[in-house]
Write a protein that binds this ligand. Structure first.
Ligand SMILES: Nc1ncnc2c1ncn2[C@@H]1O[C@H](COP(=O)(O)OP(=O)(O)O)[C@@H](O)[C@H]1O
Ligand SMILES: CC(=O)N[C@@H](CCC(=O)OP(=O)(O)O)C(=O)O
Length: 301
């Protein structure tokens, strides 16, 4: 292919525009949550893997944490099991837990690791059990569906759903120092060695906090956080987010995403972004262009 001068100039312009961002993020950690709903086709998965490899090559330390909700759902369906979701999280009985662990650590994790390596990166797959990376405990959830007269919330038993008790960053730090790209499945381990199913967004937030990450990027299947009219919202602070939750604008799978983004920025992560993983090279567009994309969540006042 012959390069026209216009095209060559465009490439030069894109590369120079990215220079200040490369300088700013070099040596910094960026935690990327790759949601199951964003892993929709091979082109996107390849594009994501190339972006991660590119980040590493320009000196940024990407740490990938992945979901796999739709993939878990498909296997559960094949074995004739149905899932109930409460506040965006899957109620997980023992049999479901076995399937969650099998799909996340066996299938999805290895697929991502393999793709990154195919594109020239050096990825290593982990679950929260490896190096006791994600120490977890049972999640106790309350829901306001108790007595309508008293509005006393009732407890909901989510089974093997966990919450992060502590992140032990050592294994991740060792890998990053040795130029590997950690790819983490959101399985936590309890005190007695039991497995916990943890929403991947929540793990991503805690991991970003524990690693002192510069950025937390959450890739999903919408263009970001939307208002009731479907318009993209960005630059939101905690107060604005709370009122969007209260009036029902934010619901389902977006709840844990927003919750973890807010917690992370309050714990010192510089910024959190919710991006459309269906847009090819969304991560690079956010990191390396003046415009950026998606919804930015910041600490605010
Ligand atoms: N205000 C909102 N803006 C955008 N998406 C929302 C909002 N409220 C609820 N959602 C839902 O949250 C979903 C994203 O969460 P989820 O399905 O868990 O994605 P992922 O697998 O990427 O984590 C969206 O597809 C949408 O259905
Ligand atoms: C407790 C809980 O809901 N765990 C999630 C874990 C995977 C996940 O978070 O996947 P996505 O990011 O693709 O939604 C689940 O079972 O689906």
């Amino acid at each position: 292919m012959t390069l026209t001068i216009d095209y060559a100039m465009k490439i030069a312009q894109v590369l120079t525009e990215s220079l200040p961002y490369i300088q700013r993020f070099a040596g910094k950690t960026v935690v990327i949550k790759y949601g199951g709903n964003a892993m929709v086709d091979d082109d996107l998965k390849n594009g994501f893997s190339r972006d991660v490899v590119l980040m590493k090559l320009v000196g940024i330390n990407p740490v990938v944490i992945h979901g796999g909700g739709p993939q878990i759902g498909r296997l559960l369906e094949r074995v004739g099991k149905q899932s109930e979701f409460i506040q965006g999280m899957r109620v997980t009985d023992k049999e479901t837990m076995d399937i969650v662990e099998m799909v996340l650590s066996g299938q999805v994790n290895k697929e991502i690791v393999n793709l990154i390596n195919q594109h020239g990166g050096h990825a290593v797959g982990l679950t929260g059990k490896d190096g006791t990376l994600i120490q977890a405990e049972k999640l106790h959830l309350t829901q306001d569906r108790g007595d309508p007269a008293t509005h006393i919330p009732e407890f909901v038993d989510m089974g093997h759903v966990g919450k992060v008790k502590q992140i032990n960053t050592r294994i991740v730090e060792l890998l990053v120092q040795s130029d590997f790209i950690p790819v983490i499945a959101p399985i936590g381990v309890g005190e007695n060695g039991q497995s916990y199913n943890i929403n991947a967004d929540l793990v991503a937030g805690k991991l970003a906090e524990a690693l002192g990450a510069e950025k937390l990027i959450l890739l999903t299947n919408t263009s970001g956080l939307l208002n009731k009219e479907g318009k993209l919202l960005t630059g939101l602070n905690a107060h604005q987010v709370q009122s969007l939750i209260a009036d029902g604008t934010i619901s389902g799978g977006m709840l844990p995403k927003i919750q973890c983004a807010l917690e992370a920025v309050h714990a010192g992560v510089r910024s959190a972004h919710i991006l459309d993983g269906r847009v090819e090279h969304a991560v690079i567009l956010e990191l390396f262009t003046d415009e950026g994309i998606g919804s930015l969540i910041h600490k605010g006042c």
